[in-house]
Design a protein around this ligand. Structure first.
Ligand SMILES: Nc1ncnc2c1ncn2[C@@H]1O[C@H](COP(=O)(O)OP(=O)(O)O)[C@@H](O)[C@H]1O
Ligand SMILES: [Mg+2]
Length: 276
């Protein structure tokens, strides 16, 4: 298993427009990091680029897992190398149950040489394991029989992701806006799940959020502010508290160059209203 995820001078463009302009970030196994930043600052762009989404073009810089170049790997190979990404907007897969999906995913991660159509991990072993993980996370066993994300509430989608995290046991997990659309009880339950899993497996976690509230439960040791496509501030948990109390205006004043870039990046207000 890998121990260090290093992002160095990462530049990423979408449709030829540069969104990330030199991001540097190092995460070690067992560390909890938070990436904060106003809407449109490029947080999701970073998570998509790390996972290898084809629309996000890396034009400069490197991403390595223990020195191994991640950028030359396909998305599924990145997952096999130990990277997990929980999307801001997970898609539903009608006809595939949570259990069935996880049995395939777990088999593929643990047996990277397996070809499509070859045997899955034995049912008994898998059942026992998923039951243990669900007990641990306080989940109803019935949940595993439902179709993945089909008709799930916001909280259920996020809990399904935490269950994935618990079963796949990646070295590094990136959780993009895991708290969006959740009420405060759901935020707490999901956070407790993440904490349990991260502690047990010494997962390196990057929590991406523009609110501080989830960070009250997932207490990160490191907090970074992404702004205008760069990390402009890094600190401890107190940085998240400062942002909660004062907002981002002081960041804009302190980093006028990045603020200039932010104007370019600012999403269209009507798109923001529509929830994008
Ligand atoms: N698929 C896309 N096509 C074009 N522009 C995009 C796309 N995704 C994001 N952007 C733009 O990239 C910038 C950063 O977006 P994003 O990474 O989603 O920010 P955040 O997650 O911090 O809110 C925004 O200006 C956004 O409009
Ligand atoms: Mg986002």
């Amino acid at each position: 298993m890998s121990n260090v995820l290093s992002i160095t001078n990462l530049h990423v463009s979408i449709d030829g427009k540069e969104i990330l302009k030199g991001v540097d970030l190092t995460i070690r196994r067992g560390e909890l990091h938070a990436l904060m930043g106003p809407n449109g600052s490029g947080k999701s762009t970073l998570s998509y680029a790390l996972m290898g989404h084809p629309n996000y073009e890396v034009t400069e810089g490197s991403v390595t897992l223990d020195g191994k170049n991640l950028l030359e790997l396909e998305s599924n190979e990145r997952a096999k190398a130990g990277l997990f990404l929980a999307f801001q907007y997970p898609t539903s897969i009608p006809g595939v149950t949570v259990a069935n999906f996880l049995r395939h995913a777990v088999t593929n991660i643990r047996h990277p040489e397996r070809k499509e159509g070859e045997e899955l991990i034995p049912m008994r072993e898998f059942r026992k394991e998923i039951k243990e993980r669900m007990d641990e996370l306080g989940m109803d066993p019935e949940f595993a029989r439902r179709y993945l994300n089909e008709g799930f509430s916001g909280g259920e989608k996020k809990r399904a992701e935490v269950l994935q995290l618990a079963m796949l046991r990646p070295a590094f997990a990136i959780l993009d806006e895991t708290d969006s659309g959740l009420d405060i009880d759901a935020v707490r339950i999901v956070s407790e799940g993440v904490n349990k899993v991260a502690t047990r497996d010494a997962t390196g976690v990057l929590v991406i959020t523009h609110y501080q509230r989830i960070l009250k439960y997932i207490k990160p040791q490191f907090v970074h502010v992404l702004f205008g496509g760069r990390i402009v501030e890094s600190g401890g948990y107190e940085l998240a508290e400062l942002l909660d109390a004062k907002g981002y205006d002081w960041v804009r004043e302190k980093h006028p160059d990045a603020a200039k870039d932010e104007d370019e990046l600012e999403p269209k207000p009507d798109l923001v209203k529509a929830g994008f």
